[in-house]
Design a protein around this ligand. Structure first.
Ligand code: C2O
Ligand code: CU
Length: 569
C-alpha cells in the first residue's frame, strides 16, 4: 500500500503547490466571441437603433463556476470605440482586462477587437458585465452567473429554477445624442423613457403590453432570481405581489438569508433572491419603480412584469400588484441596506481589516463649473454641472492611466496628482448650505502600498443637488462596516461598526446627507477606477483611480501587459 499512498499524496502535493504558485484553483476555461454592433428594436411605439452585443438586449450571459477562467473576444463592429468591464470581478493582478476607458485601456476602435481574460477567484453568485465607455452601458450589458465549484454547493437548498432578471434604462433617442446634448448645455441629461425588466418596459407604457416579460413558475417550486441593476441614473425599489423574497446573496457573495417584501438596489448592485411559488395559481405583478430623494430630474415611470403559474386556471381580471415604500422613502432604503450581512461561517470566512493603515475621509458632491463666455452653458447663468470627490472633479486622461503607470516604471508622481485624504476645507458637511458650489478639476488618484488596510468613509454634502450616491470600486470587493445619517463622527461612529459580519460588496449606497464606511485590504496591485455608478455623475467627474502598488514578489505584483492592448492613437 505504501507506494500508492505516496503517489496520491505526491499528486495532492503537486496540486497544492501549483495552487500556491498560480494563486488560484484550476477551474475550467470558457471562451466567448462577441460582436458589438448596432441593432434596431421597436419599443414604446418607436424604432430605435442601439448598440448591442450579438444583437441582444440585455446582452448574452456568461456562465462559469467559481475559480474558472473566461476569455471574451470583443469584435467592435459598432460605429465608435467601446470598452467592456466585468463588474465585481476582482481580476487578481490583472487590471489589463478590467476595461474602464482611459483608466486601464483605450477604447476598442470601430473594426478592432480585443480579447480579455476574466479570472474568477472568490466570487460566487451573480455579477455582470457592461460597456465602460461613454454611456454605451445603456444597452451593452449582461449577467455573469458564477455557480459553486464542483464538489461544493449553495449555502441553501438547490433551487428548482434559476432566472436572471435585468433592469435597464430605455431611451427612444440615441443615448450618445442624449449625452452629447447634456455636455453641450452643461445641464442634466434628458431622463430615460422607460425602465425595462429583461428588456421589456411592461404594460404601463405605450405599445408594450404584448411583449411584457413573464416568468413561468410551478406551484410549490423555489426559484433563484439573479437580479442586476444596470439602470443609468436611478436607484430602484422592486417587489412581487403576494410573494416575499429571501435575499441570499449580493454582488457575488452570499449573505445571511433574510426575507423582505421589497428590494432596494442601486445601479451596479446585484441581488440573489429566492422566491417560492406558494400562492394560488394565477398571475402576479413584479414591479420596478425608482427611489429618489433629490430635486434633480429623473425618470418617474414604473416597469412591470408578470409571474405566471403553470396549470389550468382562469386568467385573473385584476392582477395583484405589490405595495411599495414611497418614492423618496430613504428610511426604507436604508433599512434594507443594513439587513445585508455576510455569512461569516467556516465555509465562507471573512477577514475585515482591523489595523487600519490608511484612513480616507471623502466628500461626495454635485457641483458647478463656470463656463467661458458664450459656450452655451445654461445652468444658474453661465455654468455647467460638475461632481467631485474631496472637491476634485476627475478629468479622464486621453491615454490609459494603467499603461502610463507601467511605462513610467510604476512611478505614480509622473502620471497624476494625489487626491487629498480628506476634504481640503472641513465644514459641517450635511448641514452647511452656503459652501461654494464651485469645484476644481484634475486627474487625481489615491495611492496605496501593497497590503495597506484601508478604510474609506464617503460623506454626502449639502452642496448642490443632494441625493444618494452608489459608489463602486473596481478590482476589489470590500466590507460595508457602517452607514448613517448626518456627519460621520470619528469619535463615536466607529464603535458601532459591524466588524463581525459586514456584507462583502462592490457597490454601496451613500445616503443623501449621510455617510457610508468601507474597509478592505489593498492586496490587488493595479490601477482601479472608483466612481459613482450614476452615469451622469461619472461623466461630471465623481470619480478617481485607486493605484495599489506592487508588493515585493512576482505573486504580489501586477502581471505584465498582454501582447496586445487596444492602441490609444
Ligand atoms: Cu459597473 Cu466602473 O463599473
Ligand atoms: Cu452620484
Amino acid at each position: 500500500m505504501k507506494p500508492k499512498m505516496g503517489l496520491i499524496s505526491g499528486v495532492l502535493g503537486f496540486i497544492f503547490l501549483s495552487a500556491l504558485l498560480f494563486g488560484k484553483a484550476h477551474g475550467a476555461v470558457h471562451s466567448y466571441y462577441w460582436v458589438v454592433k448596432e441593432t434596431k428594436f421597436t419599443k414604446l411605439c418607436t424604432t430605435s437603433t442601439v448598440l448591442t452585443v450579438n444583437d441582444s438586449f440585455p446582452g448574452p450571459e456568461i456562465h462559469a463556476q467559481k475559480g474558472d477562467t473566461v476569455f471574451v473576444t470583443v469584435q467592435n463592429d459598432g460605429p465608435y470605440g467601446i470598452t467592456i468591464h466585468w463588474h465585481g470581478v476582482r481580476m487578481p493582478r490583472n487590471p489589463w482586462s478590467d476595461g474602464p476607458e482611459y483608466i486601464t485601456q483605450c477604447p476598442i476602435k470601430s473594426g478592432g477587437n480585443f480579447t480579455q481574460e476574466i479570472d474568477l477567484s472568490t466570487e460566487e453568485g451573480t455579477l455582470w458585465w457592461h460597456a465602460h465607455s461613454d454611456w454605451s452601458r445603456a444597452t451593452v450589458h449582461g449577467a455573469i452567473k458564477v455557480s459553486p465549484a464542483n464538489g461544493t454547493s449553495y449555502p441553501f437548498d438547490e433551487p428548482d429554477g434559476d432566472q436572471t432578471i435585468v433592469f435597464s434604462s430605455w431611451y427612444k433617442a440615441n443615448v450618445m445624442d442624449v449625452l452629447d446634448e447634456s455636455i453641450s448645455t452643461g445641464d442634466d441629461p434628458n431622463v430615460s423613457d422607460a425602465y425595462t425588466i429583461n428588456g421589456e418596459p411592461g404594460d404601463l407604457y405605450d405599445c408594450s403590453n404584448e411583449t411584457m416579460y413573464s416568468l413561468l413558475v410551478e406551484k410549490g417550486k423555489t426559484y433563484l432570481l439573479r437580479i442586476l441593476n444596470s439602470i443609468l441614473n436611478e436607484e430602484m425599489f422592486f417587489a412581487i405581489a403576494n410573494h416575499s423574497m429571501t435575499v441570499v446573496g449580493s454582488d457575488g457573495a452570499y449573505v445571511k438569508p433574510f426575507s423582505s417584501d421589497y428590494l432596494f438596489i442601486t445601479p451596479g448592485q446585484t441581488m440573489d433572491v429566492l422566491v417560492t411559488a406558494n400562492n394560488s395559481a394565477s398571475y402576479y405583478y413584479m414591479v420596478l419603480t425608482p427611489f429618489l430623494d433629490t430635486d434633480s430630474s429623473y425618470d418617474n415611470t414604473t416597469s412591470r412584469a408578470l409571474i405566471k403559474y403553470s396549470g389550468n386556471y382562469t386568467t385573473p381580471t385584476s392582477i395583484p400588484t405589490p405595495t411599495f415604500p414611497n418614492i423618496s422613502d430613504s428610511i426604507s432604503a436604508q433599512l434594507f441596506v443594513v439587513r445585508l450581512k455576510s455569512l461569516a461561517d467556516s465555509a465562507h470566512p471573512i477577514s475585515v481589516p482591523k489595523n487600519i493603515t490608511r484612513q480616507i475621509f471623502m466628500t461626495v458632491s454635485v457641483n458647478l463649473f463656470a463656463c467661458p463666455n458664450s459656450t452655451g452653458c445654461t445652468v444658474d447663468g453661465n455654468n455647467k454641472l460638475a461632481a467631485s470627490l474631496n472637491n476634485n472633479s476627475f478629468v479622464s486622461p486621453s491615454t490609459a492611466l494603467l499603461q502610463e503607470y507601467y511605462d513610467n516604471n510604476y512611478n505614480v508622481s509622473l502620471i497624476a496628482d494625489e487626491l487629498p485624504n480628506k476634504p481640503p476645507t472641513p465644514f459641517n458637511y450635511s448641514t452647511v448650505a452656503n459652501m461654494s458650489t464651485y469645484t476644481k478639476e484634475g486627474t487625481q488618484v489615491i495611492t496605496f502600498e501593497y497590503g495597506d488596510e484601508v478604510e474609506i468613509v464617503f460623506q454626502g454634502t449639502k452642496i448642490g443637488a443632494t441625493q444618494n450616491h452608489p459608489m463602486h470600486l473596481h478590482g476589489y470587493s470590500f466590507y460595508l462596516v457602517g452607514t448613517g445619517s448626518g456627519d460621520f463622527d470619528n469619535g463615536t461612529d466607529p464603535s458601532r461598526f459591524n466588524l463581525d459580519d459586514p456584507p462583502e460588496v462592490n457597490t454601496i449606497a451613500v445616503p443623501r446627507l449621510g455617510w457610508s464606511a468601507i474597509r478592505f485590504k489593498a492586496h490587488n496591485p493595479g490601477v482601479w477606477f472608483m466612481h459613482c455608478h450614476f452615469e451622469r455623475h461619472t461623466t461630471w467627474g465623481m470619480a478617481t483611480a485607486v493605484i495599489v502598488k506592487n508588493g515585493d514578489t512576482n505573486e504580489t505584483s501586477m502581471r505584465p501587459p498582454p501582447s496586445y492592448m487596444p492602441p490609444c492613437s
